[in-house]
Every structure is written in C-alpha cells, then in structure tokens.
Write a protein of this length. Sequence first.
Length: 154
Amino acid sequence: MNIKSNFKIWGLVLTVGAFTFACDAETRTETNSEVDEAQTEVNAELNEADAELNEADAELNDAGAEANREYSEFSAWVDANSTRAETATEEEWKELKAEYKRREAELDAKSDTWDDDTRNGWERVKDRWNRTENKVQERLGSIDVDVDVDRKKN
C-alpha cells in the first residue's frame, strides 16, 4: 500500500508540475501571441469578406440606379410623346411608334433584373402608351389589326 501511495504522490507532483509549467509566464505569453495572431488572421479575413460584400452591394445599387434611370427616362419620353402623338400626322405617328417599339424592346430585355416596384411602373407606362396608341388610331382611322386567317381557295 505504501508503494501505491508513493506512486500516487509522484503522479500528483508531476501533474502539478506540468500544470505549473503550462501556467508559466513565458508559456502564457506564447499562447497569447498565438491567439493574437489567429485573431488577426480572422479579422483580416472578415474585413476582406466585408469588403467583397460591400463591393457586390455597390454593384447591385449601381445596377438598380441604372435601371431606375432608364425606366424614368422612358416614362418621361412616353409622357412627352403621348401628347405629341395626339396631333401627329400619320408619318410622324409611324416614326413615334417605331421609336417606342425600339425602346420598349431594349427595356424589356433588361426588365428581368428589376425589382417589383420598377416592373409594375414599367407595366403602367406600357398601358399609358397603349391608351395613346388607341386614341391615335381612332383619330387617324387606321386601326392595325393583326389577323392570322388561313383561307382555302376553291
């Protein structure tokens, strides 16, 4: 029993010595410097990720601003030319209509990336132009009707 007790005492002394060594000031300094290095690396990675997110966010904001600008310009064009179209000659009307179709095609291609508010506004602008188009066609008496009829000749 005495030998067992001596082993326990020596084991306890070695364990306390190991813990004392681990708690030594130099070891604590090394551990703290390693923690500081790891924290610096993590902070650098977080800053880099944050910078990438900010850049992506700025690009999205720029794209959104560009879409809003194009939509606003087109809306102003429709408003200005709607009043002009009501008194336009047939030739002037054809030019306005062609210009509208060109602009509409450009913006329709980009409208997939727009938010819901811009897309709803876009639909309202197209509705306004359709009303103008109906008024002009009534005035000019040349309503374009696209009919696809298959006729068989006897």
